[in-house]
Design a protein around this ligand. Sequence first.
Ligand SMILES: O=C(O)c1ccccc1NCC(=O)[C@H](O)[C@H](O)COP(=O)(O)O
Length: 264
Amino acid sequence: MTILDEILAKKQQEITELKRSYQRQSSQKKSLVSLYESFQQSDRMNIIAEFKRASPSKGPINVDADPGIHTKMYDQFGANAISVLTDQPFFQGSMEDLQRIRQVVDIPVLNKDFILDEIQIDRALDYGADVILLIAAAMNPARLEQLYRYATGLGLEVLLEIHTEEEAVIANDLNANIVGINNRDLKTFNVDLATTERLAEQIKDPATLLISESGMKTTADVERVQQAGVSGILVGETMMQSNDLKQTFNELRIPLNEVSLHDR
Ligand SMILES: O=C(O)c1ccccc1NCC(=O)[C@H](O)[C@H](O)COP(=O)(O)O
């Protein structure tokens, strides 16, 4: 059993409990902030800065960080969006973290979790997310499409995460407009930026916004994935461990080159 299998099994238990106890707050349409559109405005590498207390691969990262204080600094130093890891058992996050972050920033907020059911999407909307994560490796393509359509039908955007060539085909078939290429293999934890280089060229529609996820630490890392055509990066650990967030943002927010701007 891989760690991803373990996480998904635990998540199914959480969903069963959620279905028993969770009351959807409102069916009213909210006006959400578009990550896709705001990222088109920028001529620098777009940064999704992640609030990530701990992880299965690293253990504790910054467990006591205050979500409001920490992500307000992300916003102040140039984040284009915030990702919030809300899984409790493996990442020590919570929906309350997301709710708090929504109160202090106006930029798009991504609910990063292992979403397998509509009820989690309802909850993401209720707690103030603009974007949800769907992981292609976590379910079959038909179920992925159902959840994708459900979320976009509610006005949410979807970051569709892929890690293999087969999953790139699924993203193309779905016409996903925001695709995250995860450099971390969720089964082995191995991180390799070559994953972005390999998969970016498999995404057919030039209007698709490409995000490189995981393992981003230095300017050289960002330059490398930019050459592959991505215009956004998702950064967790480096942000949570930084002693000088201003400097960290300066190093990673490089100007976008022709390769990343070509479809605008
Ligand atoms: O980070 C992990 O250990 C992990 C393990 C199993 C499933 C998912 C996992 N992480 C989720 C992510 O994809 C990352 O939090 C995100 O891309 C940021 O990565 P990093 O900048 O390397 O912290």
